[in-house]
Ligand binder design. Structure first.
Ligand code: TPP
Ligand code: MG
Length: 351
């Protein structure tokens, strides 16, 4: 279990014994979503710096784990995000404009600016709303999966959380319940080595996070989270096992948070640049690009075109969204009361 599952070898070729054997279109789509998530992150961080959006939590370095895991599930499966998964929402078909509107929280935001910025939801894609409370999504994912089992719906849950999330009571509650009831859940721990300024060695005395699954009575696998194909292979197997009634799996994706925790964080105050540089050499986008090139599917021209296309798509969405006014004040009350309370009915003063 200490072993790290890898598929993409240093020369870019896939290890045939572990290769999830994606089609050419699938592997290109996987790469495109990862680059889209990276481009979106860079653009949104700069919008935040310009004071145009309030807050942003980037996923730099974690694109393979985030996009790869969502990619490996089926559209009918639930996704319970942590708070760094715009890539998973995009895989589920969330329109870029809708996602960006949530960051602005204006009239085009489908949730009317009621959530914190960067706390998106995409109901049509079975992508649950984000809760900032670390670990709180874990029992929800288990509950949804268990409910599906009771209703005989062939649906599993994928739940994302961080290394820090494994220190919560909710992690224990969810893992224990899922183990006992064999709930169809894929637990995806994005072990990015840090929980804001707390390194993973201060988070747990366990050698690995994957090994924690043993205590709950199910399998834990450790994958190279910088290798998108390894993530797809591990999560696909866990998803198939869940659908076949085999119960949960804990997948530990070993990654690195290359950027700040959020737009409010300055990581240079607590971690060494050398560490960041060492991990940057395993950038998940570079790793998958090496694979595409080794298969003859990619070149510099394709890269240039993709970069331009994604950048233009984001620019267009930002312009369209930013032109919208704030949400109407009336929306403060819609979806809140079945019947308007007397105070609201008397708007304009008592008569
Ligand atoms: C219950 C709870 N405690 C503390 C916080 C403050 N907080 C927000 S994110 C975070 C770090 C979580 O780290 P990790 O689970 O490793 O996820 P990462 O941010 O690295 O993706 C903390 C402590 C919170 N939101 N909720
Ligand atoms: Mg972390």
């Amino acid at each position: 279990m200490g072993d790290l599952l890898r598929v993409i070898r240093d020369d870019g070729h896939a290890d045939p014994t572990a290769d999830p054997k994606l089609s050419k279109d699938e592997v290109l789509a996987l790469y495109r979503f990862m680059v889209l998530e990276r481009t979106l992150d860079n653009r949104m961080l700069s919008l935040q710096r310009q004071g145009r959006i309030g807050f942003y939590g980037p996923s730099l370095g974690q694109e393979a784990a985030i996009v790869g895991a969502a990619f490996a599930m089926e559209p009918r499966d639930w996704i319970f995000p942590q708070y760094r998964e715009p890539g998973a929402a995009l895989v589920r078909g969330m329109p870029l404009k809708e996602l960006i509107a949530q960051f602005f929280g204006n009239a085009l935001d489908p949730i009317h600016g009621r959530q914190m910025p960067c706390h998106y939801v995409y109901r049509a894609g079975n992508f649950m709303s984000i809760s900032s409370v670390v670990g709180s999504q874990i029992p929800l994912a288990v509950g949804a999966a268990w409910a599906a089992t009771i209703r005989k719906d062939p649906v599993a849950s994928l739940v994302y959380f961080g290394d820090g999330g494994t220190s919560t009571a909710d992690f224990h509650t969810g893992m224990n319940f899922a183990g006992v009831f064999k709930a169809p859940v894929v637990f995806l721990c994005n072990n990015n080595q840090w929980a804001i300024s707390v390194p993973v060695r201060r988070q747990t005395a366990s050698e690995t996070i994957a090994q924690k699954a043993v205590a709950y009575g199910f399998d834990g696998v450790r994958v190279d989270g910088m290798d998108a194909l390894a993530v797809v292979a591990a999560v696909r197997e866990a998803q198939r096992k869940a659908h076949a009634g085999g119960g949960p799996t804990l997948v530990e994706a070993v990654t690195y948070r290359l950027g700040p925790h959020s737009s409010s964080d300055d990581p240079t105050r607590y971690r060494d640049d050398k560490e960041v540089e060492a991990w940057r050499r395993h950038d998940p986008i570079d790793v998958l690009r090496t694979h595409l090139s080794a298969k003859g599917l990619w070149d510099a021209e394709a890269e240039k075109q993709l970069a331009q296309q994604l950048d233009d798509a984001i620019t267009e969405a930002v312009h369209a969204v930013e032109a919208a006014p704030p949400p109407s004040l009336e929306l403060l009350f819609t979806d809140v009361y079945a019947e308007m309370p007397w105070l609201r009915r008397l708007r304009g003063g008592r008569s």
